[in-house]
Design a protein around this ligand. Sequence first.
Ligand code: NAD
Ligand code: TYD
Length: 351
Amino acid sequence: MKKIIITGGAGFIGSHVVRRFVNTYPDYQIINLDKLTYAGNLMNLKDIEQRPNYRFVKGDIVDAVFIDELFSTEQPDAVIHLAAESHVDRSISNPTEFVMTNVLGTVNLLNAARKHWTGRYEQTRFYHVSTDEVYGALAMDSGMFTETTAYDPHSPYSASKASSDHFVRAYHDTYGIDAVISNCSNNYGSHHFPEKLIPLAIHNIKNNKSIPVYGKGENIRDWLWVEDHARAIDVIFHQAKAGSTYNIGGHNEWKNIDLIHLLCQIMDRKLGRAEGESAKLITYVTDRAGHDLRYAIDASKLKNELGWEPSLQFEEGLEKTVDWYLNNEEWLNEVTSGHYQAYYQEQYAKR
Ligand code: NAD
Ligand code: TYD
């Protein structure tokens, strides 16, 4: 029986990874380790919280003593590490928090893995989930990021993720830990906290609020459906060689403004509004400082070596995503009010 600690499992991508592993591998024990920051919400996992192969542990990866004790008591066989501060705008206003969680938190987990897995590295695995933002920004027509593109992070967020990637590789190279890393492009889908572009725009369109578009809206992102990311993590976790890195992406580049127009069209149709009505909410605002122009992922290594490909066309995925938000108004109200999260914080504080 395999015991896996998934960190950040109450967040957007983490909750999809936890759900996938709990449902697909009933003989694994899945421990979701999460601090429940503003971005983490156990409501994301209501459908699987009673499963016998699932458990939640509230904790902070920045707390080295706690992490060491957790490894001692649980003796996990693997870690899939997603816990992070993940929003670029927040990293611009509060970079230190990103260093603490993303860098120090990762090093704490690596130290615990090193200590508790010595002598059985080949039966264990440390899977670090990272981002394409570590590679920096591409010019409009200058190819794609590959696994050998040099790191060139620009935001405090991407700098902290780049740093954590370096530590993971260093622990593999220096101590022999079985570590793998994947660097993924922008995700979209259900349970995405409404501070990121797509859920924020859906939320605002629905409520007739302005849609803030940074700069001229010409920045390009490569969007991947979150469940395809979770499937890629599953494939890499089970099949990748120790020390390897894979890029994950949707081959799906969109200028922000084009994406917002597509979203407005879908929302007009879903909400029974006249065509062009939602687009009137588009508001150009001051650009993000150091705003990366373009991200694009070459995921051919993952396709050629492990057979993974995205399953959904963007238009279909976006439509599904809009439907999910429109059908889950309660989720949106709860995560924006923080009510449900406060309830859980209180329950766990009592223990
Ligand atoms: P998220 O912000 O939605 O969730 C992060 C989770 O980590 C939350 O549940 C939060 O409570 C938890 N967390 C934060 N600090 C913690 C701490 N100190 N201790 C324990 N738990 C803590 O993030 P996400 O968008 O789901 O991203 C998950 C991972 O995937 C991150 O490592 C991110 O860098 C990476 N990633 C994200 C994207 C994307 O498009 N969102 C793309 C590529 C890679
Ligand atoms: P975001 O969802 O924050 O992801 P990331 O910065 O990690 O790529 O932003 C996606 C793109 O949308 C990015 O180019 C910034 C832009 N953006 C806006 O134009 N307006 C917004 O309100 C937000 C949150 C993002």
